[in-house]
Write a protein that binds this ligand. Structure first.
Ligand SMILES: Cc1ncc(COP(=O)(O)O)c(C=O)c1O
Length: 385
């Protein structure tokens, strides 16, 4: 067998962080058994430690736990703080798979879930809180429909009632909003989106302070969540350009959203960063800016969505967002799974505005809207032979 020639002591200082791969940690002498930490690579080496440190800085937290996907971070954080007999109150506009986790795995563990609409009055939410309520799960702006909620007010109410709060902070990427500074207990992100930023890594994190942070850490170590050093390195790389990218995504999305709002075939633009849209006042009070997400409702039958989507070229058709590229998805089926969704027979389409030139994206949307208008006309006056 050939032994590697170099050991840690010959490492030079580099501008980029260290990519340290490894499972076994070699101890200095026999006295270190049971005393040295970390003594095994599963909970992370230098690269994961650098990432955890950076995420604490980003989210103003004290503990950052890493998970192999955003969904794993959401489920891992919920598992860390809930016990059998507890109840979770969940905002209805949460990311769909979080709802599925609550209704399957958590239900199996004896944890019940109840939902509330994003526009619930604070007093009504207070009335929902009972003796068994352990956790309120939020997402702002909400998935797909980008509904704003008053996060600081809900966090204050929850604290008064002795209930924990968790927010899916993926929209803000830790840059546009700092939930822990507003009284939220756990901030979760799908790092898969803006932090990694290049559509090639799955990862999630949960960040907290004090006792809640210790609970996250304990649960994470006991379950054995781990992320690879290579993926942690890519997340660290993404963090270096995160602020610049998100600013660019936000500015381009605002340009596209303003244009869309003026199009006759667009019935509604959901984009809280756009003045005049629902939730804008709350958004400018709490958020430092918008990201690349916009959702539109077209003034056409739901079937006309196909014509709109199939006319797109720069916008890829695919789930996810937060990467460099523009994407589009139809949302009606996912929205129908909500408890409080208003019935909608028109196409609801979520766009992610990537780093392309916004003028090119607008030209393409113009073509897609024309295709949709054509499909609408054909449907309204079918040809007779
Ligand atoms: C708001 C939100 N949270 C969490 C996730 C899950 O992230 P991941 O795909 O890394 O599991 C997604 C994925 O689309 C998301 O949109």
């Amino acid at each position: 067998m050939i032994h590697p020639a170099a050991d840690g002591e010959v490492l030079l200082r580099t501008a980029a962080p260290v990519l340290q791969r490894g499972t076994t940690v070699l101890l200095d002498n026999s006295d270190c058994f049971g005393k040295s930490s970390p003594s095994y690579g599963r909970s992370g080496l230098a690269t994961q430690e650098a990432l955890r440190h950076s995420l604490c800085e980003l989210e103003h937290g004290e503990v950052a736990e890493l998970y192999p996907s955003g969904l794993a971070a959401l489920s891992g954080a919920i598992l860390a703080v809930c016990r059998s007999g507890d109840e979770i109150l969940i905002c209805d506009t949460i990311y769909g798979p979080t709802r599925r986790f609550a209704e399957t795995t958590m239900a199996d563990y004896g944890v019940t879930a109840r939902y509330f609409p994003a526009d619930i009055a604070l007093g009504e939410l207070e009335a929902l809180i009972g003796l068994a309520t352990r956790l309120i799960v939020l997402e702002a702006p909400g998935s797909l429909t980008l509904d704003m909620i008053d996060v600081p007010a809900i966090a204050t109410l929850a604290r008064t009632c002795g209930v924990l709060t968790l927010i899916d902070n993926t929209y803000a990427a830790g840059v546009l909003f700092k939930p822990l500074d507003h009284g939220v207990d756990i901030s979760v992100q799908a790092l898969t989106k803006y932090v990694c930023g290049h559509s090639d890594v799955f990862m999630g994190c949960a960040v907290a302070r004090g006792e809640v942070g210790a609970m996250l850490k304990r649960s994470s170590r006991s379950i054995g969540w781990a992320v690879s050093s290579d993926d942690a390195y890519l997340a660290l790389r993404g963090l270096r350009t995160l602020h610049t990218r998100i600013e660019r995504h936000g500015a381009a999305a605002l340009e596209v959203a303003s244009w869309l709002a003026a199009q006759p075939l667009v019935r509604e633009v959901m984009c809280p960063a756009l003045p005049g849209t629902v939730g804008h006042d709350l958004f400018v009070r709490d958020y430092a800016g918008g990201n690349g997400l916009i959702t539109i409702v077209l003034d056409a039958p739901e079937t006309a969505a196909t014509a709109f989507l199939d006319a797109l070229r720069l916008f890829g058709l695919g789930y996810s967002w937060g990467g460099f590229e523009s994407l589009a998805i139809p949302c009606n089926d996912q929205i129908r799974q909500r408890r409080f969704a208003a019935p909608c027979e028109s196409p609801v389409i979520r766009l992610h505005v990537g780093l392309e030139n916004p003028a090119d994206l607008i030209s393409e949307l113009q073509i897609a809207l024309s295709a949709c208008a054509q499909a609408k006309d054909n449907e309204q006056s079918p040809r007779t032979y």
